[in-house]
Design a binder for this molecule. Structure first.
Ligand SMILES: Cc1cc2nc3c(=O)[nH]c(=O)nc-3n(C[C@H](O)[C@H](O)[C@H](O)COP(=O)(O)OP(=O)(O)OC[C@H]3O[C@@H](n4cnc5c(N)ncnc54)[C@H](O)[C@@H]3O)c2cc1C
Length: 345
């Protein structure tokens, strides 16, 4: 384990922006994590843990503390009567895990193919796509608890999962450092209904939607995602930069009177979720390249902001504000940022 000093954080966020971390360490085991924590206590440094930075935007001013990059590797396997049990290191690339389970013939997380990031970050925002979410497969999470100073095992219920939330990004934000996730896989296929893009893929490829194999699910989602979303390894981005806004039925009706083309879908509590991408698109900002900031919106999904030649996070913030302001002026709706903004000066 090597503590580095004055490290540019741009290479630790898929947006490829950010100032410097005063200290940064990559840990590959629980022992190394304990060493890093000891160091932070000795020098009274605040800590911030990351995986691969695909949902993290660092301030241009950097982080005046210790950034811990969780790279705990390893997949331990047990095959039981009720399926495949895996204990997965927090640093394992999420899509590598999906591929592993698909190759073993399980469909439980196949629809979560190609989501960037690490397995340790997956429970934090309870990652999800196309109707599947990681919490459906989690048995427990092992983590260092900064409150007690011990490692703990949190059952699925104790993780308090909900839609894109868990205790790790709400009531106990920054309290736990996840080192491994125990998951169970038992499903061998999935059946209709599927999300429209995925269903279309099956129709075009003559795949029977009553029993779709894990390999076909992965292939469908990968194909759809590659068309829709930029690959962070070649185009700097953090996925959807804004959450889809939720409005009441009254507000939606007023909006629709002026903008009949507005699409929505009903949420469980009777409100309506709008498509942020459509709002940005209707402002004429889809595939919008802004030379003054070096930022742009993605051509196939306007909710994704991409860094083409931005010089600092301040450029990203200026560009984001342009988009937010345009949507506010046209629709009276304020878009809320999705990726976490990290700053400590
Ligand atoms: C192109 C693109 C597409 C995306 N599509 C989706 C999608 O379809 N669905 C979806 O849900 N998300 C999506 N995302 C968001 C992103 O993939 C997830 O948020 C992912 O889980 C982030 O993983 P990471 O390792 O990069 O996390 P980071 O950005 O490194 O960290 C994210 C948060 O988790 C915390 N964290 C990270 N590791 C740990 C740990 N070991 N212990 C405790 N806390 C930790 C961090 O402190 C931070 O708060 C997408 C992102 C991109 C760039």
């Amino acid at each position: 384990m090597q503590i580095q000093k004055n490290v540019s954080l741009a290479s630790f966020s898929t947006m490829r922006l950010g100032g410097k971390a005063a200290f940064l360490v990559e840990i590959s085991s629980e022992e190394e994590l304990l060493e890093a924590i000891k160091y932070s206590k000795e020098y009274k440094l605040p800590t911030h843990v990351i995986g691969s930075g695909s949902n993290s935007v660092f301030s241009a001013k950097g982080y005046n503390g210790l950034v811990i990059v969780n790279a705990v590797d390893g997949i331990e396997e047990t095959v039981g009567e009720d399926g495949l049990l895996l204990s997965v290191g927090a640093g394992v690339n999420w899509d590598r895990l999906v591929e592993y389970t698909v190759e073993k013939g399980y469909s439980d997380i196949a629809l979560l193919s190609l989501i960037p990031g690490t397995t340790g970050a997956a429970p934090v925002q309870n990652i999800g796509a196309y109707g599947q979410q990681v919490s459906d497969s989690v048995i427990s999470v092992r983590a260092y608890d900064s409150k007690s100073g011990d490692f703990v095992t949190l059952s699925k219920d104790e993780c308090m999962f909900s839609y894109r939330h868990s205790r790790f990004n709400t009531v106990d934000k920054s309290r736990f450092i996840i080192t491994s996730v125990k998951m169970r896989f038992s499903r061998r296929s999935e059946s209709a209904p599927f999300y429209a893009d995925v269903a279309t893929y099956f129709e075009v490829h003559n795949i029977n939607q009553e029993s779709v194999s894990p390999a076909n699910l992965r292939e469908a989602v990968s194909t759809v995602r590659v068309i829709k979303l930029p690959d962070p390894s070649t185009v700097a981005n953090c996925g959807s930069f804004f959450k889809n806004p939720v409005v009441s039925a009254d507000v939606f009706n007023q909006l629709q009177a002026n903008f009949p083309e507005l699409k929505s879908h009903q949420t469980d509590d009777g409100n309506l979720k709008l498509y942020g991408a459509q709002l940005i698109d209707l402002c004429g900002l889809k595939d919008f390249h802004d030379s003054s900031t070096g930022m742009a919106t993605w051509k196939n999904q306007a909710l994704v902001l991409i860094n083409e030649s931005a010089k600092s996070t301040d450029d990203l913030i200026s560009f984001k504000e342009k988009v937010v302001q345009a949507v506010e002026e046209k629709f009276g709706i304020t878009l809320i940022q999705e990726p976490e903004f990290i700053e400590l000066v």
